[in-house]
Design a protein around this ligand. Structure first.
Ligand code: RET
Length: 234
């Protein structure tokens, strides 16, 4: 099995490439959605810094006899709320729902980090609180935020919301499983395997989310242009 630094280096390359592709995508999305689109470039952009630090050997602290990658949690603490903020903006959710979504997601990560630092059974208690908060995120994304989306969005935009939301919920659900199986939890998964899975997920969730949104946004942009042309021709 390759060592951790190799995985971190691959993660760094994945995030660099992903950020470059998404930055280029900025020129392709309709002008009125560009500000929001920048959130999607920032997500892997922030991860570049985290992965560069981890590749250089910074950012890990020792707790309960295992390494806790504080830099990774710092990355997640910034990027996962940005990711759900994008979904809330896309859905046209109101301010209260948006703030709740972002806060619940940030707290999920904070509790997972705290849980990784303390001994059992407190670790599991904090993990359980984190998992419950994440349950709140999922509840909102399928409940009131989805309702707001169905009220404000066209069919095409609604299918973009659904795809991105399902992508987030399914892939993000693997993170707590890795936490539980890895060193902070049951210790059944060694640190190399856990790092490999997380690097893979980090690149897929960040870059994949951005690329799906980019395709959808350019597609929707060209459809609405067609509509304008069709209407102008009438
Ligand atoms: C923790 C442990 C506490 C319970 C839960 C967790 C969820 C973490 C998630 C992380 C997502 C990270 C992403 C990173 C992209 O690079 C903190 C592991 C529920 C959802 C998407």
């Amino acid at each position: 099995m390759a060592d951790i630094t190799t995985w971190f280096t691959l993660g760094l390359l994945g995030e660099l490439l992903g950020t470059a592709v998404l930055a280029y995508g900025y020129t392709l999305v309709p002008e009125e959605t560009r500000r929001r689109y920048l959130l999607l470039v920032a997500i892997p952009g922030i991860a570049i810094v985290a992965y560069a630090l981890m590749t250089l050997g910074f950012g890990a602290i020792q707790a309960q006899g295992h390494a806790v990658y504080a830099v990774r949690y710092a990355d997640w603490l910034l990027t996962t709320p940005i990711n759900v903020l994008f979904l809330a903006l896309l859905a046209g959710a109101d301010r209260r729902e948006t703030v709740a979504l972002v806060a619940l997601q940030a707290l999920t990560i904070a509790f997972g980090f705290a849980g990784a630092l303390v001994p059992a059974p407190f670790s599991y208690g904090l993990f359980a609180v984190g998992a419950a908060l994440f349950g709140g995120v999922v509840y909102l994304l399928y409940g009131s935020v989805a309702e707001a989306a169905s009220e404000t969005l066209s069919d095409l935009e609604m299918s973009m919301y659904r795809t991105l939301r399902n992508f987030v919920v399914v892939l993000w659900s693997v993170y707590p499983v890795v936490w539980l199986l890895g060193a902070p939890g049951l210790g059944l998964m060694d640190i190399e395997t856990a790092s490999m899975v997380i690097v893979y997920l980090d690149v897929v969730t960040k870059v994949g989310f951005g690329v799906i949104a980019l395709f959808a946004m350019t597609n929707i942009g060209s459809v609405s242009e067609d509509e304008v042309v069709a209407t102008a021709g009438d």
